[in-house]
Design a protein around this ligand. Structure first.
Ligand SMILES: C[S@@+](CC[C@H](N)C(=O)[O-])C[C@H]1O[C@@H](n2cnc3c(N)ncnc32)[C@H](O)[C@@H]1O
Length: 207
């Protein structure tokens, strides 16, 4: 099954399904980005808009991009803030966003579905203003090594959404290749993860 089809099928229950990874990511975004105040934000892979409302509070304008009509429909039903524009786009194709336009670009729980990190970080760097920030929060590769990947269950059948493992060095190398400097790397556990490998990893890069 393709990534797009998988998320279309998952979309109607994505927000309601128990999902500690989604919930931890939401808490991280609030903790690390909640106090920012910027003009332009690009949210890459907005999904059902779980983080879009918060981004609309810290940015004057938010462009929220996804390629799943189902996920976007959920987001549009939920997020009515006038400073949010939704766009349908596949981020593995050349981005139509203007160059050097955004103060903040966010990727949350999307890059496991992207094989070519170098391409998307190149496009993101191009879209980022000088002095802008790029935030990534993704499934930790340690979890990926142990077999975790995005999945959902319907009618007692579990569907795995195609995923690629990105090592920590892959993120750092791809970012460096495109003129992005690491400001902060953090590893994250939720309360059920005590004694286990970290669930999520976040990076804040500057340009
Ligand atoms: C796990 S959801 C995360 C959504 C949201 N960022 C969040 O944290 O809840 C991953 C999202 O990435 C989107 N996605 C995956 N590959 C994509 C691509 N190539 N282009 C655009 N969106 C993509 C999916 O449609 C889905 O909405």
């Amino acid at each position: 099954m393709s990534v797009q089809k998988g998320y279309d099928l998952w979309s109607a229950q994505y927000d309601a399904d128990p999902n500690p990874t989604r919930d931890l990511d939401r808490a991280i975004v609030s903790q690390l980005l909640g106090e920012l105040n910027v003009e332009t934000i690009l949210e890459v892979g907005c999904g059902t808009g779980k983080n879009t409302g918060l981004l609309a509070e810290i940015g004057e304008s938010v462009t929220a991009v996804d390629f799943s009509p189902g996920m976007l429909a959920q987001a549009k039903a939920k997020i009515t803030a006038p400073n949010v524009t939704f766009q349908t786009a596949d981020i593995t194709q050349p981005w139509v966003t203007p160059a050097r336009h955004f103060d903040l670009i966010t990727f949350n729980l999307i890059l496991e579905h992207i094989e070519d990190l170098d391409f998307v970080l190149g496009q993101a760097s191009r879209a980022l203003k000088a002095g802008g920030q790029l935030f990534i929060c993704e499934l930790h590769p340690f979890k990926q090594y142990l077999g975790t990947q995005a999945r959902f269950t319907q009618d007692e059948q579990t569907t795995l959404i195609p995923a690629f493992t990105h090592h920590i060095s892959d993120y750092l190398y791809a970012a460096h290749q495109h003129g992005l400097t690491l400001h902060e790397l953090k590893e994250w556990w939720d309360e059920g993860d005590v004694g286990k490998p970290p669930r999520l990893i976040s990076f804040l890069f500057g340009k």
